[in-house]
Design a protein around this ligand. Structure first.
Ligand code: SF4
Length: 304
């Protein structure tokens, strides 16, 4: 069988090991060297160009149905749960606890739930909006597992490494948010990020008030491609007498975008986290579709 292997950045170090194994089994193996940040980004074009029979996509759960033979190989890590003990004093005043994690630890959710229940808590595990596959799982673009239980819980807990995943959930919720990172052996409250993001969004909207030329970002990655939304936003801008141009790329190069000197503000329809993680790599403001709505509303108010 002709197989294309695809690994996210953190797992590319294992690429040759898997390639050798599959070659020994008699397969013709290719490795995608393109950057891969999520299961939204399945290398279908590369596979079709190679005439591959199958893509083996490592590290992520299925994101959406794609019209190609794709095998998703989730990557699970058994993290040390003894760190949970240290979180108890921090959440002593909260009874109802919501728990979220990444796909790497979804198999540990049940043990985490039992730990908190044994310590007198009522535990809630929410459902994702649709891109994440498992209850309690969050993705950078699907924090439904936290947002869907926000009204019910007193506190949210994220279990896992890094800040990328929990911050998306922090922005979409209103309750105190604790992060437990078993790799860094660190437990921290993330609520200050929520306030910082709100202020930042306001600043970006205000600095777009006089923008005339808008560049709307559309990614050609299969799970990010949203040309319909881009067209709707373009129409809205043009109705207000503004100019809007749709800019398409697979992975956006921020230097190339910065070279488009005539663009006064960018609007993101690709991975929603570009607007939260990469806004400072652009010289002009980068808005999410919701921020654009806010900007148009503000402009109408000013005109009155
Ligand atoms: S759209 Fe963004 S956050 Fe969602 S899976 Fe893709 S890279 Fe991750």
């Amino acid at each position: 069988m002709k197989i294309l292997l695809q690994f996210p950045e953190g797992l590319k170090q294992h690429a040759l090991e898997y390639a050798r194994k599959l070659e020994k089994e008699g397969n013709e193996v290719y490795i995608s060297a393109s950057p891969s940040f999520g299961a939204c980004d399945v290398a279908i074009d590369e596979a079709k160009q190679l005439g591959a029979d199958k893509i083996v996509h490592f590290g992520h759960a299925e994101f959406m149905h794609v019209d190609f033979n794709v095998e998703y190989v989730e990557y699970h890590i058994d993290a040390d749960l003894s760190i949970l003990e240290k979180s108890l004093s921090l959440i002593a005043n909260y009874k109802k606890v919501g728990i979220v994690t990444t796909v790497q630890h979804v198999h540990q959710l049940q043990s985490i739930k039992e730990f908190y229940e044994k310590n007198g808590k009522t535990v809630f595990i929410g459902k994702p909006y649709g891109f994440a596959r498992h209850n309690g799982q969050i993705l950078g673009c699907d924090v439904g597992s936290a947002a869907s239980i926000d009204k019910e819980v007193d506190v949210h807990i994220y279990f896992g490494g890094g800040l990328f995943h929990p911050l998306g959930a922090v922005y979409a919720t209103t309750k105190p948010f604790l992060s437990i990172d078993p790799f860094a052996n660190k437990i921290i409250w993330l609520d200050e990020y929520r306030e910082k993001r709100k202020k930042l969004e306001k600043g970006l909207i205000l600095s777009s008030l006089n923008a005339k030329n808008f560049g709307i970002l559309v990614s050609s990655k299969i799970g990010q491609y949203n040309i319909e939304l881009a067209k709707i936003l373009k129409n809205k801008l043009e109705k207000e007498g503004l100019n809007a141009y749709i800019l398409i790329a697979n992975t956006f190069d921020f230097d190339s975008l910065n070279n488009m000197l005539e663009i006064d503000a960018f609007v993101n329809t690709a991975c929603p986290r570009i607007a939260t993680e990469d806004y400072d790599r652009l010289r002009k403001p980068l808005l999410s579709p919701a921020m654009l709505e806010e900007l148009l509303k503000m402009k109408k108010e000013i005109k009155k």
